[in-house]
Design a protein around this ligand. Structure first.
Ligand code: PFF
Length: 433
């Protein structure tokens, strides 16, 4: 559940729908599904195999399996990548807090179309919410996440599923929703370009938290008797299902509201309030309750993911640098708050500052999900497929040969890890560069 909690987050509710809108609708979804099954799952299992076999975080794992080699740089890279993600992720987490506040205090009315634009460009509110979100993350990490997070996820994930289904049913019944449904279901293959493939792959890595050591670190806490395959399949399956449900909740409403599907990062913050405002006209109390619950759940889903990113950095500083948990958490908080502040301001006062043609926020997003996560994933599959001993990988994956289904599937998985995944990632990576 904790692994699924790390996977399910803003990536599913916020990022997936707007990527679908920006990259051509159903064709993006087809590539995304293919990437999840043939690429992301083998990567996820590779990270799990490294983590559980060493029972260490990213840096320690590389030191144990390949001591004194350049692989330690992979360990270091995966300490920094999740922190860059955390910086811009907490900005969006902050937007969710602001929307929760708005749901609690006044609900959504006629001003929904201008609400988002005015909130993100006026710096103070967005910065305050970013700070609150990051502080919540740091407090939970500081308190120790293991038992709390696991229990918390067991309750919050089912609630999240129920709520997204309620919103989806409502959204599918809005007038004009059917155009959104066809947009999600009818692929137009003339829109298939290398950048669609790269974006779908990047999104599947982002959504499953791959290539940045989070899955590895969580797997290092798994018991030797746990089944790596079923845990991985469960996390990936829930994650995929949640993304699709979110897509069918958001896209029909986007079309019903007449919003441009390629609107980018603001998409859900413009669409959901529209649904809630419409609901509110007919049933104000129900609308209020659903919108509060919905934004509470988005915040919770975002927190279960942000904690996992923060934990990778904190674990590194505590385990490898001997820092206290308090000092490590404060250091991570300070660094990610600073970068996150620049990301937040890139929607307002810093909107003219561009790095390689993108605003600071977009740059951090693209750098991590299109490049660092891809690069990290490539190195993880190469490590398991070419550096680790095949027999050791098999033992870990099959719990010493005791799991029949895993033994049966091992040949296929190993083939995907050793040959297919590296070649495909490399081709897409080079093409998108
Ligand atoms: N998978 C998370 C989401 O979909 O929101 C985002 C994420 C979490 C990315 C943890 C990276 C990470 F290390």
């Amino acid at each position: 559940m904790a692994m699924a909690g790390s996977a399910i987050g803003l990536g599913n509710i916020w990022r997936f729908p707007y990527m679908v809108g920006q990259y051509g609708g159903a064709v993006f979804i087809v590539v995304y599904l293919t990437a999840c099954i043939f690429l992301s799952l083998p990567i996820l299992l590779s990270e799990s195999i490294i983590g559980r076999s060493t029972q260490s975080g990213t840096f320690g794992a590389m030191e144990k399996l390949a001591p004194g080699t350049a692989w330690k740089w992979l360990g270091l890279l995966t300490v920094f990548s999740p922190l860059i993600i955390l910086s811009f992720y907490s900005v969006v987490g902050g937007w969710s807090i602001e929307y929760l506040w708005q749901s609690v205090t006044s609900g959504f009315g006629d001003d929904v179309s201008t609400l988002f634009g005015s909130f993100i460009s006026a710096p103070w509110g967005a910065l305050a919410c970013h700070t609150i979100f990051l502080a919540l993350t740091a407090i939970i990490v500081l308190a120790g996440v293991k038992s709390g997070i696991e229990k918390f996820n067991k309750v919050s994930l089912p609630v999240l599923f129920i709520l997204i289904i309620v919103i989806m049913v409502y959204s599918l019944n809005l007038p004009g929703a059917s155009s959104g449904v066809s947009y999600m279901l009818k692929p137009d293959f003339s829109k298939l370009t290398p950048s669609v493939v790269a974006a779908a792959m990047g999104q599947s890595f982002f959504s499953l938290s791959l290539g940045v050591g989070t899955i590895l670190t969580y797997s290092s806490y798994m018991k030797k008797s746990d089944n790596i395959l079923t845990t991985g399949l469960g996390s990936a399956g829930f994650d995929l299902l949640f993304a699709l449900l979110a897509g069918f909740a958001i896209m029909p409403a986007v079309f019903a509201a007449g919003i441009e599907p390629g609107a980018g990062p603001g998409l859900i913050f413009e669409t959901l309030p529209f649904i809630f405002a419409k609901m509110g006209a007919a049933a104000p109390v129900v609308s209020r309750i659903v919108s509060i619950l919905f934004f509470v759940t988005i915040v919770i889903a975002a927190l279960t993911s942000s904690i996992s990113m923060c934990e990778v950095g904190v674990a590194y500083l505590v385990e490898e640098k001997g820092m206290s948990r308090l000092k490590a958490t404060l250091l991570i908080f300070a660094g990610t708050w600073t970068l996150g502040t620049l990301c937040s301001l890139s929607f307002g006062p810093l909107s003219e500052v561009h790095l390689f043609g993108d605003t600071i926020f977009d740059f951090c997003d693209k750098l991590t999900s299109n490049y660092l996560m891809t690069f990290g994933s490539l190195l993880f599959v190469l490590f398991v497929g070419w550096k680790m001993d095949r027999a050791a990988v098999c033992r870990e994956f099959t719990n010493n040969g005791t799991l029949r289904a895993n033994s049966f599937l091992f040949g296929l998985l190993y083939f995907l890890i050793r040959y297919i995944a590296p070649v495909v990632i490399l081709i897409i990576f080079v093409t998108s560069l």
